[in-house]
Write a new protein. Structure first.
Length: 508
């Protein structure tokens, strides 16, 4: 095993449950020679969680050479994975079926051909029932290899070889289409991450050309429910990028419906949860409160039925999707209880090491949004500063740019006019450098620049003019994207009567 990094090793050990650690100790000690093995001592030391650095751990292990330590780390990583594999062979159908194919290959290599074919037949039946497409393809190819190289008497059974050939053709076509769609999904997702939302008609034409050339027609993907779900996923990304929220909603709804029509034991729970995530996101962008609540309740029921099937990765994805939905629901309903926010912040800190940094920062961004809507501008500023102080290059620069803009809005509310005046130019330059200086952003920056000078003289007229211009922009196909990041219109309205943004939104 090539992995010998201390951080990777400690993360693997930390991810293990108590039962898995107990099983590993028994598994690793099964041979008497292993009871005092260095890798086992290393595991016991790491499991205590007392050693903050690799150097401290090395000292605690006593007089050993650096090369011994490196080999012990590699060995431990390998032994832990083997132990987990043994456990999964008993509880996870995928591992159990892969093991059958491995055993069939082992039997074949030992010359036990008929026994190998019997085991492959058993494995294929199990895979068809549980929809393990890739393993099924592997089993078919091994069976064809055996039949082509040996006299197996299989042709004495009517249509056995013909059925094998026909099933292989059908399955190869299905796998080829699904592979094409997973490639398309990755390409479309990457395009969206790189390019962001369409900013004008030119962008929209460019995006449409890209999507039309990559996403196949529906008639070409009707080979399996899974391929249709992948197709819907690509269409969701397409319409997200083109700012067509209603179509995003349409294809996300189809995605979820197709997934839930499958038999319970072959449902891809993670993929269906992802579909619900985009379905609720579309409702949020549309401001469709009733539809959001309806689908949120349906998703909660689905989650309750399937949570026992979660593995640690599923649980992490569930946390991400559930957290995003909870924050969006608070914004839609203009309610955010301090206790709920505190619980979420605590959960986020606990999950922070496991999250991709971009996802973590999006959560911090939403917390800043909610706190500013509640009128807690100091707390919002603390969240926004956390985003801006991040050292790693952002996956999407838009989050950083809008964090800078909202930071100015919060400081303006706190009457930090000199600070705002000094920062307006740099914020504008940041948007321009990313080719994201929209009419909405430019209007807000002009307001801040003039508003800091105007104080009370002429401020109401400036507020009215800015408000009217923002309302006009919100109706445009491409300018509406700015309002995904923040309710700028309600912020301007809140300046007149000294209300919070949540109070303004409730009036509306």
């Amino acid at each position: 095993m090539p992995i010998a990094k201390y951080e990777a090793l400690t993360r693997l050990v930390a991810s293990m449950s108590k039962a898995e650690k107990r099983h590993f100790s028994l598994y690793a000690s099964r041979l008497e020679s292993n009871t005092e093995a260095l890798f086992l001592r290393l595991f016991q030391k790491i499991d205590t969680g007392r050693y903050a650095s690799e150097s401290h751990l090395l000292k605690a292990l006593g007089e050993i050479k650096k090369t011994q330590f490196i080999n012990a780390k590699r060995n431990l990583y390998t032994q832990v994975l083997r132990s987990l594999r043994v456990l999964r062979d008993r509880t996870d159908k995928t591992f159990e079926q892969r093991q059958k194919v491995d055993y069939a290959l082992l039997l074949y290599q030992r010359g036990l051909i008929s026994e190998s074919l019997i085991l492959l037949d058993q494995a294929k039946k199990s895979m068809q029932e549980s929809d393990r497409r890739w393993l099924y393809q592997e089993a078919l190819e091994l069976q064809k290899l055996i039949e082509s190289r040996h006299i197996t008497r299989s042709r004495q059974k009517p249509q056995r070889i013909e059925n094998l050939i026909e099933r292989s053709k059908e399955h190869s076509n299905q796998v080829a289409i699904e592979t094409q769609l997973t490639n398309v999904s990755l390409s479309v997702q990457g395009f969206y991450i790189k390019m962001g939302y369409a900013k004008n008609e030119r962008d929209a034409l460019l995006y449409k050309s890209f999507f039309d050339s990559h996403i196949p027609r529906p008639a070409d993907v009707q080979v399996s429910p899974f391929s249709l779900m992948l197709w819907c996923q690509s269409k969701v990304w397409e319409h997200l990028a083109l700012l067509k929220w209603q179509f995003t909603y349409k294809y996300a709804l189809q995605w979820v419906a197709i997934g839930q029509q499958l038999p319970h034991k072959i449902q891809d729970v993670d993929l269906i949860n992802r579909g619900y995530h985009y379905l609720l996101t579309a409702c949020f962008y549309l401001g469709a409160v009733e539809r959001f609540d309806e689908h949120y309740s349906a998703w909660d029921r689905f989650r309750a039925e399937h949570q026992q099937r979660y593995n640690p990765t599923s649980a992490l994805l569930d946390f991400i999707y559930k957290s995003n939905a909870q924050l969006n629901q608070s914004i839609l309903h203009n309610t955010a209880k301090p206790k709920e926010l505190a619980l979420f912040t605590s959960a986020l800190e606990h999950r922070w090491p496991d999250l991709d940094q971009h996802r973590a920062l999006v959560f911090v961004f939403k917390l800043a949004m909610i706190e500013s809507y509640r009128g807690n501008y100091e707390t919002a500023i603390a969240h926004l500063n956390r985003i801006l102080e991040t050292q790693q290059e952002p996956l999407r620069a838009d989050v950083f740019n809008y964090a800078r803009l909202i930071l100015l809005l919060c400081h303006y509310k706190l009457t930090n006019f000199r600070l705002v005046t000094n920062l307006v130019a740099s914020v504008k330059a940041a948007f321009e450098s990313q080719d994201r200086l929209t009419v909405v952003v430019d209007t807000l920056l002009n307001f801040l620049r003039k508003g800091c000078r105007a104080m009370n003289f002429g401020i109401n007229e400036l507020i009215d003019n800015t408000h009217n211009k923002l309302v006009s922009c919100s109706l445009g196909q491409f300018d509406k994207v700015d309002f995904v990041y923040f309710d700028f219109i309600s912020w301007v309205e809140s300046l007149k009567d000294g209300e919070t943004i949540f109070e303004v939104r409730k009036r509306q």
